[in-house]
Structures are given as C-alpha cells and as structure tokens.
Design a protein around this ligand. Structure first.
Ligand SMILES: *Cc1c(COP(=O)(O)O)cnc(C)c1O
Length: 400
C-alpha cells in the first residue's frame, strides 16, 4: 500500500495533459495509517478513560455518524436544538445541549445561571462586579477537585462548607449556585437529596457533576429525576462518544441561557468551547447506543477479561491480586496487582515502562511502589490475552 507521500509523488509524476485528471486517480483503498506516518505510538489501553490517553474509542456507528455529518452544511443552532430535544427525552431533562466535554458543561451551565437571557450580562462575563450578577458557588470541602476552575472561569469564587449548619450560614444574596460532585459524594457530609432540598428552600439553583459516573446507565436520568437543575456529564469516557464532547442537561431556561454563551455567538466566555455538528451528532449517537447496550453483557465481558488477567498474574509466586468495583465513578472491575519485593524485584515505574516499551505497547496505571492497576473496559476483543501474557512475563522476568 502506498503511503500518502508516495502517492503524492506518483500523482505528480503522471502527465495530466494525457487526459487523466488527478480526481480520477483513485486513492489507496485503505485509509493511510496516520499514527504510523506521524510516528505516534499507539497502545493497548488497560488503564482506563484518561484524557492524557485520548479517553475512549468511538464505536463504528458513532464514527459513521460523524462521517455522514461532515459531508453536509447545517445551521449550528439547528443541530444543537434538534439533538438537544432527543438527548433531553432520553435523560428525563427538560432540555440539553452538547458541550466541549463535561468541563465546559460546568462553565456554560454556571454562565447560564448567572446571566439568564440578559445579553449585556453574557458579554460582561467573567467580570461580575457592578453587573447585578451573583458571584459565589457553594460546594462541600470534600467535593473540591481541580475541575473547580470550570466554575471560577465565570468570575465566581467558591465558598467551601462542611456541615448543614455551615451551609445555611454560607447562603447569601451573592449565592449563584450550589454545586455537587457525585464521584466524591461519600467525602461530603450532606447527601444529594438534602443538598437539593436546602437549595429549593432558598431558591438557589443546583448543579451536579457526574462526568465519570456512567455506567450505571440510570445515572443519566437519576439526577434529573432527583431535582438537580443542571447535570453535567462527559461524552468521551465510558459512553464512548467524541472525546471532546459532553452534555449539559436540565431546566429549560438555564439551558437556553447557557447557549447564549456558546458558539456560534462570539463576545462570550464560551466562544472557545466549540463543538461542531460532527461532535454534536456523534455525541447523540453514542448516547443512544449506550442506553440501548446490553449492560449486563458488557459487564460480564469486563469481568471475564479481568479474571483472565488476574489468574495469569496470580500464577506467579509472590503476587497478590484484588478486584474492586467502585460504586462512585469509573464503575468497572478494577484489578490491583501487587508483588512481594522480597521475591519479585521490580518497581511499578519500571513495570509500566516495560509494558509501554514492549510490542505491542500497553498502558496500565501505577498503584503504589510495587503495584499496578488494570481495567479492561477500554480493551478491544482479544487484547486481554496479550495483556495477561505480558504482565505474567514481566512478573516472571523479575523473580529473584
Ligand atoms: C473527567 C472529569 C471532568 C472533565 O470532563 P471532560 O469531559 O474531560 O471535560 C470533570 N469532572 C470530573 C469529576 C471528571 O472525572
């Protein structure tokens, strides 16, 4: 097969005057392997859905939808409106919009809460002083993670509280939003329902971040049903939509307001958070596929793969394994392999490098100085055998 450079060389060598036009020369039957051409390492992902590892792989039906969408012009707002209606129907929300990942759903959702449909306010963000906009977001200390930048990007500051009493005291005329983080809900003292009811009592909007919390699939509607005004989720994690997409869903007036800060509109804080028709439609198709998936079958496949890798590792003396199934976030069998350094002489860092530098390259996560962590949900069929074999080989090779 010709690579692109060779093909171009060949094309330019053909005399065009002879009647053949460039358009008539057929392209190579298979698409060029751009990763290879560009010298980019590809690998088996036994780590998980990490942005640094490009998230997840889109199923064929998503890629086909993206390809079809790429061949026609559409009015961007039309695409968002029509797709939003479908997403809202699936998720029990009043309205929805596709954003550039969960992070921008957080920013844009809060922008909508702050501005309403007041165009002057939309254009004033992130400068709140003197505009009449509120300026504080309340969150529990245990819910604080790096992603709160998504909220402070609007100009708001975060007010941290721990107890129900502190929450009541923190609520003021400046409170714009009460924010909740599902993945760390066990690290806060106030649960989902109480958060929503305190907010209701004071007439304050609520938002929940469920970025990495599907599966279970029910989480896609659970928090809309519970009464959160806005729900933000990643599209390119387990749902396997475009990695640069997410969903903001919830109350209609907030979604409408949030869209005023989104492309195609300029003079907004969200102009750089663009998603085009390909990602919007791709996101919908991924969501629709995900809710129709046989979730039990998927889970069984992950369990079987995990058991295969676990058994291979365990067969080496000095190795211990555990499988956990996190209830909050990244809900998938998670295998931890640790080894007795008296018997097996390798650090996790060298272990990771060994897997990474082998062929094919494999990524897993480090778990302490003498352990690794493996998930199987991002594997392609059959890759579990390669992962199991290589992990066993590395362990055996390090036996003292
Ligand atoms: C991944 C993640 C985000 C960011 O989501 P993107 O879709 O990558 O923008 C936000 N919050 C939490 C808890 C996450 O896990």
């Amino acid at each position: 097969m010709l690579n692109r450079r060779e093909l171009l060389k060949k094309i330019s060598a053909i005399p065009l005057a002879g009647g053949i036009t460039v358009a008539e020369i057929s392209a190579p039957s298979a698409a060029p392997d751009w990763a290879k051409e560009l010298g980019i390492r590809t690998f088996i992902n036994a780590a998980g859905t990490y942005t640094s590892m490009t998230g997840s792989l889109m199923p064929d039906e998503v890629v086909q939808a993206i390809q079809a969408a790429s061949k026609e012009f559409m009015i961007l707002d039309d695409v968002q409106t029509k797709v939003g209606e479908r997403i809202a129907a699936i998720t029990h929300a009043e309205a929805a919009v596709v954003t550039a990942g969960c992070f921008s759903a957080l920013t844009l959702g809060l922008a909508g809460v702050l501005t309403g449909t007041d165009q002057a306010k939309v254009e004033a963000l992130p400068h709140l002083a003197g505009t009449g906009m509120k300026s504080e977001v309340i969150m529990q200390k245990g819910h604080s993670i790096g992603y709160s930048h998504a909220l402070t990007n609007t100009g708001c500051k975060i007010v941290y509280i721990e107890t129900a009493e502190e929450l009541e005291k923190a609520i003021s005329p400046n409170t714009a939003l009460m924010w909740f983080l599902h993945i760390q809900s066990d690290k806060g003292k106030i649960n989902h329902q109480d958060w929503v009811s305190v907010a209701r009592k004071h007439g304050i909007p609520t938002m929940i971040d469920i970025a990495a919390d599907v599966p279970p699939v029910e989480n896609l509607w659970r928090f809309n049903d519970m009464g959160f005004d806005l729900v933000c989720v990643s599209g390119g994690k387990a749902m396997r939509g475009p990695q640069s997409a997410g969903i903001l869903m919830g109350k209609k007036h907030f979604i409408e307001a949030a869209r005023l800060s989104m492309p195609p509109r300029g003079s907004t804080i969200g102009r750089g958070m663009k998603v085009n028709k390909e990602e919007i439609i791709g996101m919908y198709v991924a969501l629709d596929r995900f809710v129709r998936l046989d979730q039990k079958k998927e889970w069984d496949i992950w369990e079987q793969r995990t058991a295969l890798i676990e058994n291979a590792a365990k067969s080496v003396s000095g190795v211990s394994t555990t499988v956990t199934r996190p209830e909050l976030g990244n809900h998938t069998p998670t295998l931890k392999i640790t080894w007795d350094t008296e018997k097996i002489d390798i650090s996790s860092k060298s272990f990771l490098e060994n897997l990474r530098n082998g062929s094919p390259s494999i990524e897993v996560m480090s778990a302490g100085p003498n352990g690794i962590s493996v998930t199987t949900w991002m594997l392609k069929t059959g890759q579990e055998k390669i992962v199991a074999g290589r992990i066993k080989d590395v362990l055996k090779g390090a036996l003292k």
